[in-house]
Design a protein around this ligand. Structure first.
Ligand SMILES: [Mn+2]
Length: 443
């Protein structure tokens, strides 16, 4: 199906879903005004960080710029109220493409002060977005500005993707995999973290600021830092340590939709146990991916990941004992201290991961794993990441060594493996009634 048709179907589905949300949460409201967000300068500066439009705005149309508005009225074509200032400092061209713009009524405003006059008279509006002050100036009542009930409903609903959204997520995977292939090559060729990062950007033909999140490009022991942010560069190649391991966590965006992919590569002469762990992690990751389907409890899947990782640690003589016991007493968490994954969409960590219902009930993560971002039972159409990890994190290992957990760890081997950092393997997976669809491997 062509993108234009997919997009029109997406808009039709959003009309239905947002009408239901409005009728169920704010029956006295006639329409919703959604703000893309504002651009904010750094403190006491006249420069701003790159702008990213808010997810609930981007879901209506792929226009990533500040101070744009969507007016949703049940039964009507959605309206874009586009602020296009007269400005000779920047390119203010409003880039509309017919495949999406044909589904939207577009009104261009040269000044933001024209917004009030564009809104329907005699109607009661709700406002969604960061600028509550602007909403108040427009005469919107405080209890209709970001109403919690409406937001919970819409956040919960974001988990289930339309066919258009799935096509964009696939596209974001296709783009990112080009970068991952180039990054692996740069790693094998002896590049440093900076070189690998640049190889990724060039292969994807993107700017840093266009990435869904800042690339994690971690060589050797840095692979043990979950959100490692540096890109080490060596002016003098002779001083650069040999590349043993690359952990790269990097995605792309397609019309706002994100991919989030992690790969771990090891040099042929890396520690043989590290190679065995890498193979074991690849196998268990693929098995977990297959279990993504409607009705799957993500909390239960997260526990299954822990048991599989604990078994891998036992099989490789890094831990002693029974896998279930190692999970229950917290030993597996020393090696796998983050969640198995999260919802994915217009935000990398998409909204609603801990919502148990449209009504806003919260499903808290288990006490042992407070960082788990997704506690939902998966619906058909949900897209999640599956990203088990196994790391040798000095701070966590040291803490374990001083506690009762330390007795079940083979310290000689753990110390030998520390310079190799760790492993994470992450794919983006769609739950369907026919089972799991791996958007990354299938891309
Ligand atoms: Mn992720």
């Amino acid at each position: 199906m062509d993108t234009q048709t997919l997009f029109q179907q997406h808009i039709d589905a959003l009309q239905q879903r947002w009408s239901d949300a409005l009728h169920n949460t704010l029956p006295d409201c006639d329409a919703i005004l959604v703000h893309s967000g504002g651009s904010h300068n750094y403190y006491a500066d006249d420069h701003a960080p790159p702008f990213k439009a808010w997810g609930h705005f981007l879901r209506w149309l792929p226009l990533d710029r500040p101070d744009q508005f969507v007016l949703f009225t049940p039964g009507n074509k959605p309206r874009l109220l586009a602020w296009v200032p007269s400005d000779f400092w920047h390119d203010q061209t409003l880039n509309t493409e017919s495949w999406w713009a044909d589904s939207i009524d577009i009104t261009v405003m040269e000044n933001l002060s024209e917004l009030a006059a564009q809104l329907p008279r005699g109607q009661t509006l709700a406002f969604l977005g960061e600028n509550a002050g602007l909403a108040a100036e427009l005469g919107i009542a405080a209890d209709r500005i970001n109403p919690a009930a409406l937001l919970s409903w819409l956040d919960f609903d974001r988990a289930v993707k339309t066919d258009y959204e799935i096509s964009r997520l696939r596209e974001a995977n296709v783009h990112a995999l080009r970068g991952h292939a180039a990054a692996e090559q740069a790693f094998r060729a002896g590049g440093d973290e900076y070189d690998i990062h640049q190889a990724y950007l060039a292969a994807c033909r993107v700017l840093d600021q266009e990435l869904p999140y800042s690339n994690i490009i971690a060589l050797n022991e840095k692979a043990a830092i979950l959100h490692y942010q540096n890109k080490r560069r060596y002016a003098d190649r002779a001083s650069q340590p040999e590349n043993q391991v690359l952990l790269i966590d990097a995605g792309c965006r397609a019309h706002g939709y994100c991919s989030d992919i992690t790969r771990t590569w090891a040099a042929a002469d890396a520690h043989p146990v590290f190679h065995d762990l890498l193979l074991g992690m690849q196998t268990l990751q693929e098995e977990l991916v297959q279990r993504v389907k409607p009705g799957t409890s993500f909390v239960s899947l997260h526990r299954q990941a822990h048991v599989a990782i604990a078994q891998l640690l036992v099989d490789n003589d890094i831990c002693h004992g029974n896998a279930e016991t190692l999970v229950d007493n917290g030993t597996s968490t020393v090696f796998f201290p983050h969640g198995l994954g999260h919802l994915l969409g217009l935000q990398v960590h998409d909204v609603g991961g801990r919502l148990a219902s449209r009504k806003g009930d919260i499903a808290a993560p288990p006490e042992a794993w407070p960082g788990l971002r997704n506690t939902r039972t998966l619906d058909a159409g949900a897209v999640v990441t599956i990203e088990p990890g196994l790391y040798f994190i000095p701070a966590l290992l040291e803490k374990a060594r001083g506690s009762s957990l330390g007795k079940s760890i083979n310290w000689t081997l753990a110390e030998e493996l520390m310079p190799f950092g760790g492993i994470r393997i992450e794919d983006n997976v769609l739950a369907t009634s026919d089972g799991a669809v791996n958007l990354t491997r299938g891309a």
